[in-house]
Ligand binder design. Structure first.
Ligand SMILES: *[C@@H]1O[C@H](CO)[C@@H](O)[C@H](O)[C@H]1NC(C)=O
Ligand SMILES: *[C@@H]1O[C@H](CO)[C@@H](O)[C@H](O)[C@H]1NC(C)=O
Ligand SMILES: *[C@@H]1O[C@H](CO)[C@@H](O)[C@H](O)[C@H]1NC(C)=O
Ligand SMILES: *[C@@H]1O[C@H](CO)[C@@H](O)[C@H](O)[C@H]1NC(C)=O
Ligand SMILES: *[C@@H]1O[C@H](CO)[C@@H](O)[C@H](O)[C@H]1NC(C)=O
Length: 436
């Protein structure tokens, strides 16, 4: 080996040394990702934070379980060197199922480019939709081994939709869009699963007070003190509503939301007499039961509401609970005197949503049914959805808190843990201290 080839070898080795760490970074493939989810006290909305753009900017997004995709306000100061609009008829447009092609008649900027395809971002709180440009940009999230957050990982071309600032009306302060976790190819669960080749599964664990958590990918989902919530799950099939439930949609579009098959309703050990036709989804997409992180409380179609609240009032009377005047938006309230308390919340009648068989029941215990409106008064946290609503039962955020829900898109099933305090943990117990 002459001197110059030795030198070349040395340079090569040195280069390898310098490059190796960045290789490791690039080839690191996370098993799962984790997000913090906070409840906004004034709007009761569940908000998460994701880093987007180049350079990275933390953006607050409302978490929408049934949302179609990620949309953000691009009008208010969107700057990024990696923003790319999706050109008409590109692979991105077809993945997003966008057929709308358009131009923009003002100076080009994120959200306004010629020859781009568009989608319809939907504010599912106010039920307002508008058109917006489909685009890609960098997105960074924290990986996890299921116990702690690990290193941050990026998707360089994450598809999302731009929206105008007015679409933010009705969303919590500081929020600049919505993170849709619905069943489309470009919602966060599918895009993240395909970017990192992990299973098309995700889990949410909402908390009322502190940090709740969402996971993308499979378990373990470990909550302190060392409870793997992925091992507590009971499974029930997810159903597809054939007619979109979005504010604006094309004919033939299915709903991106998650529906489950409630077959009957129980209060304590009695079956509540209801019109069971309301419990299934008809050919117009009307009826059935869906899960929503956007509705703060469970909403029941008027006749279901009447039947369930009557059964609840009777069962409460049998337990010697004292009914008091209603406190809006709730009608059925009780005095806290002679109300016992248990690990599962206050001792009140237990509401059961009976699923595919009599043994598969989503039980709603005191902690999820009763809302404290003052020191002396607790109200049943269900609201009346009126006659002929689109969906008969909407299981809302309050009823989901401290229950881990895992959505398995490939197997089309939902796993639910039941109230975690029964397993001596809560959704606020993920250890967000980084292990790296
Ligand atoms: C789009 O094309 C039109 C017509 O050529 C032009 O007037 C307009 O400025 C362009 N807009 C953008 C955002 O490039
Ligand atoms: C990773 O992301 C988290 C959450 O956005 C952030 O707090 C943290 O500083 C990031 N860590 C690194 C090393 O960039
Ligand atoms: C049950 O509900 C369905 C759907 O709303 C309605 O068409 C039907 O008339 C109801 N049946 C009874 C007995 O009220
Ligand atoms: C309710 O009160 C009645 C009368 O005071 C009493 O006999 C009954 O045992 C009480 N029931 C419960 C469940 O506490
Ligand atoms: C949380 O995780 C960190 C990092 O692994 C660890 O040092 C700490 O002890 C954990 N906290 C608890 C309460 O277990």
């Amino acid at each position: 080996m002459d001197n110059s080839s030795f030198q070349r070898l040395l340079t090569l080795l040195l280069l390898l040394f310098l490059i190796a760490p960045s290789w490791a970074q690039q080839s690191f493939r996370p098993k799962a990702l984790v997000l913090k989810v906070k409840k906004d006290a004034s709007t009761l909305q569940y908000v998460t934070q994701i880093n987007q753009r180049t350079p990275l900017v933390p953006i607050n997004l409302l978490l929408d379980l049934g949302g179609q995709f990620l949309w953000v306000d691009c009008d208010a100061g969107y700057t990024s060197s990696t923003y790319r609009p999706a050109r008409c008829r590109s692979a991105q447009c077809s993945l997003a199922a966008s057929t709308a092609c358009g131009d923009c008649f003002s100076a080009p900027r994120p959200g306004c480019n010629n020859n781009t395809c568009g989608l319809t971002p939907d504010n599912t709180v106010t039920h307002t939709a508008t058109s917006g440009e489909l685009a890609q940009d960098a997105l960074t999230l924290q990986s996890t081994n299921g116990l702690n957050p690990g290193r941050n990982v990026s998707v360089s071309r994450f598809l999302f939709t731009c929206a105008p600032t007015f679409l933010l009306q009705g969303l919590a302060k500081g929020v600049s869009g919505m993170a849709g976790l619905g069943r489309t190819k470009i919602a966060l669960p599918s895009q993240l699963a395909s970017a990192f080749s992990f299973p098309r599964k995700f889990a949410v664990c909402l908390s009322s007070s502190s940090n709740g958590v969402a996971f993308f990918g499979d378990g373990p989902y470990v909550l302190l003190p060392n409870v793997d919530a992925s091992e507590l799950l009971t499974f029930t099939p997810l159903f597809i509503n054939p007619v979109s439930t979005a504010s604006a949609f094309s004919q033939g579009d299915a709903s991106a939301e998650y529906f489950i098959g409630v077959k009957s309703i129980r209060v304590d050990d009695k079956v509540v007499p209801v019109n069971t036709t309301l419990l299934s989804i008809d050919s117009n997409g009307v009826g059935g039961t869906k899960i929503s992180s956007v509705d703060p409380y469970t909403v029941l179609e008027a006749s279901l509401y009447k039947a369930v609240t009557e059964a609840f009032i009777n069962a409460a009377a049998a337990r010697n609970l004292t009914r008091v005047g209603s406190v809006a938006p709730f009608e059925v309230c009780f005095s806290t005197e002679n109300m016992g308390s248990t690990r599962l919340g206050v001792a009140v009648p237990i509401v059961g949503l009976v699923l595919q068989n009599q043994d598969t029941v989503w039980w709603i215990f005191g902690a999820n049914s009763m809302v404290s409106v003052s020191d002396e008064v607790l109200c049943l946290g269900f609201v009346n959805g009126g006659e002929n609503p689109r969906t008969s039962i909407v299981i809302g955020g309050y009823q989901l808190e401290d229950n881990l829900l895992q959505f398995d898109l490939a197997s089309s099933r939902l796993g639910f843990s039941s109230l975690l305090s029964g397993s001596r943990t809560t959704c606020a117990n993920f250890n967000f201290t980084s292990s790296t």
